[in-house]
Design a protein. Sequence first.
Length: 272
Amino acid sequence: MKIISNPLELKASLSSQKSVGFVPTMGALHEGHLALIKKAKEENDIVVVSIFVNPTQFLAGEDLDKYPRKDDADKKICSLAGVDILFFPSVEDIYGDDEVQVYAPNVRGYVLEGATRPGHFSGVLRVVMKLLNIVTPTKAYFGKKDAQQLHLIMLMVKQYFMNVEIVPVDTVRDSDGLAQSSRNVYLSKKEREEALKIPAALYAASKLVSKGVLNVDAIQNKMLEILSPLEVGYVAILDRDFNVVKSVEIGNTVILVEALAGKTRLLDNLWL
Ligand code: PAF
């Protein structure tokens, strides 16, 4: 496995003859990332993974300094997973002064996650635009767990006529049902037990839908009942274009939850 930190060196090392699968990450790799890498390997000649804790997607006072960094373990994981190139840039390799800006859309980028973290998605789109331009992959792989991020990236690729296929990959769960996330390491044993209310609420929603209950208010109320007493950021039931709906439509609905376990904000969702 080659480790490259310079964007221009990375560009030069990729031959245009081969298909390139790209998995952008912020490190602290877990099974969820491995699922992305595995799919990228199955579908491409070469796999590039980036590890870059992107400062522009953290707001002032967020956990940028405390964000889990496991560089040595991550390098080993990538090498064992058969990654061809690990892109490992510094902040200076990626950002310059007085840059041309990329902004999240005013509505879709400022609801749900964007409502409590205004500007977060501008930082995500800005770095993803850069990473996609550096790697110029055939396909790029993103987890469905970050459903709003995935939606906005797909929108950017479409609206800016970018030449890459975005591949959504299913969420990987621990055996207790909790969605894998780099931030799970912050959870105490008790907080983790409380956090299991999140997959439980999503499971209850899927049971209701399978019994024919499609009304959004009824599903939301049941979910809020199960999530109590967790501090809930939102329970949203949307169509796959992220529009509010009154009724679940199978094949075109996503149910999103954000809740706090202790001080840790956890996201999860269900694609119906
Ligand atoms: O999902 C993440 O890990 C990050 O938001 C991403 C897409 C790598 C951009 O920094």
